[in-house]
Design a binder for this molecule. Structure first.
Ligand code: EPZ
Length: 455
């Protein structure tokens, strides 16, 4: 296993091209299986999660070929109706296979995903939607079985759950409904840009989807879909990560291949904090610290168009370095604060007075240390923190980060950051200063420090 060793406190300066979106590419790849002819997707990032999705599609019988940033998908051989646990446990988005399987093959057996580091992640809303389309559902031995007698049937149902609506369920059910008989109306649909893009691509394949970007989707089923050429839009969470990394390191970062609409809530929060944002043109944004005081913030994550949960761990780093008292409530994943104990190892002062909320007491500096990524965005937050911290940090378990950040070292080095990939060792940069008796910083008693065992 590899780790990143980062020499921090170097401002990130320069331009970085944001890759195509991971969370958009995943459902778009699956959508290509609904067609009867090949599709070509452009600007698909080369990431661990995308490679897992390609592996799943090959398992299902499709042929997927990568040519640079383009993936060519031929669905002609798609005839396998099950997704085993071994594939599901590596990536929850594998559940996206269920919609196309039901719509094209009429049956599906899919391993139920378990929870993960960011909390409980059920699939009841996906199943509610398939049931709404007339599928018969059952479960046994950790698998959900679904069958449709003839074509799926359009109907009207809501995808509202106890934590709000669901991006994944909206995508999955929308895919299935494109080939259903009659009209489907999905109430309380998610409004994320990933869904708008999926709807637009499905329409380019011959589907009839209306209402994208609103909470009511209307899908008039068609008998068949054809392949299309589609360019995936930028990764709004990667963009947020670079913007925050630039600000946290007192740098000056220009994001290329971005757009205002998909990032509006993130940019609003950064402006409130005190960032100076300059649109160089409609797809290029310069991000710097503005003059004057930086403000502590109270941020609540919400479904789009609210502040995204996927940028919450990274924002925690910026607020940890901002004078005053900030707070973050995550309404989507109340347990998604795995970055906190590790940031406290770097000298942050963050506590969680109740489930779903953290309080951040800003500190002037973070200090390098060895830390461990527990999931993708917590891992990204640790990289941002290590880039801002004084001294050397090691970020371990970087395979989590590789799920969602393409060529991350190259991009950091391109911005003037210092990062190297090394095999994980027991050598710990913190140990030298402890052994040689360097000055220590008093520890705030209420700070959360890691207590979980290493598994
Ligand atoms: C997508 O996950 C993203 N993943 C996540 O990004 C993101 O955090 C999440 O949406 C929220 O924006 C992909 O797009 C591949 P949800 P998804 O279904 O679709 C509850 C990242 O870092 N829920 O919108 O799985 C659920 O527990 C990742 O890139 C149900 O109750 O999320 C959560 O509280 C991680 N029942 C809320 O809804 C269900 O059937 C939103 O989840 C489904 C979800």
């Amino acid at each position: 296993m590899d780790m990143f060793q980062i020499e921090g406190a170097k401002p990130l300066n320069g331009s970085v091209r944001v890759s195509g979106s991971k969370n958009t590419s995943l459902p778009l790849l699956m959508a290509a299986l609904l067609a009867e002819s090949p599709s070509v997707l452009e600007d698909v990032p080369d990431l661990r999660d995308i490679r897992e999705m390609v592996r799943l599609m090959s398992h299902l019988g499709a042929t997927v070929v990568r040519e640079g940033t383009r993936l060519i998908i031929d669905p002609a051989g798609f005839n396998v109706d099950y997704v085993p646990y071994d594939i599901m446990r590596k990536m929850r988005a594998s559940f996206y296979a269920m919609g196309p399987m039901l719509a094209r093959l009429g049956h599906a057996r899919v391993s139920l995903p378990g929870g993960c580091a960011i909390g409980d992640r059920p699939v009841d809303l996906h199943l509610r939607g398939f049931k709404g389309l007339g599928a018969q559902l059952g479960r046994s031995s950790g698998y959900v079985h679904a069958r449709s007698v003839g074509r799926l049937k359009g109907s009207r149902f809501s995808l509202m759950g106890s934590n709000g609506t669901s991006v994944g369920a909206t995508c999955n059910v929308m895919m299935a409904a494109t080939l259903a008989e009659g009209v489907t109306i999905i109430d309380d649909a998610a409004r994320e840009p990933e869904i708008t893009e999926l709807g637009n691509m499905l329409n380019a394949m011959g589907a009839r989807v209306e209402g994208m970007g609103t909470s009511t989707l209307r899908i008039e089923g068609v008998e068949r879909l054809h392949g299309c050429n589609w360019k995936v839009s930028f990764d709004r969470i990667e963009a947020a990560t670079w913007a925050i990394a630039g600000l946290a390191t007192h740098g000056d970062v220009t994001l290329e291949n971005v757009g205002f609409k998909d990032m509006a809530s993130t940019l609003r929060a950064l402006e409130q904090w005190g960032a100076e944002l300059t649109w160089v043109n409609e797809s290029t944004l310069r991000v710097r610290r503005g003059k004057g005081m930086k403000r502590a913030l109270s941020v609540v994550t919400e479904p789009f168009p609210g502040f995204p949960t996927d940028a919450q761990p990274q924002l925690t780093v910026l607020l940890a370095l901002t004078p005053g008292e900030s707070s973050i409530r995550d309404t989507i994943y109340p347990e998604r604060f795995m970055q906190v104990p590790e940031l406290n190892r770097l000298g942050a002062r963050i506590k969680s007075p109740e489930k779903g909320r953290i309080e951040i007491h800003g500190v002037p500096v973070l200090e390098g240390a060895a830390v461990m990524a527990s999931d993708l965005r917590a891992g990204a937050a640790l990289v941002v923190a290590a880039l801002a911290a004084h001294g050397t940090s090691q970020v371990r378990r970087i395979y989590h980060i590789e799920r969602g950040y393409e060529r991350i070292e190259e991009k950091i080095m391109g911005l003037g950051g210092s990062i190297v990939r090394l095999p994980e060792t027991d050598a710990d940069p913190g140990l030298d200063s402890v052994l040689f008796g360097e000055e220590t910083t008093p520890l705030a008693s209420e700070t959360m420090v890691p207590t979980r065992a290493v598994s």
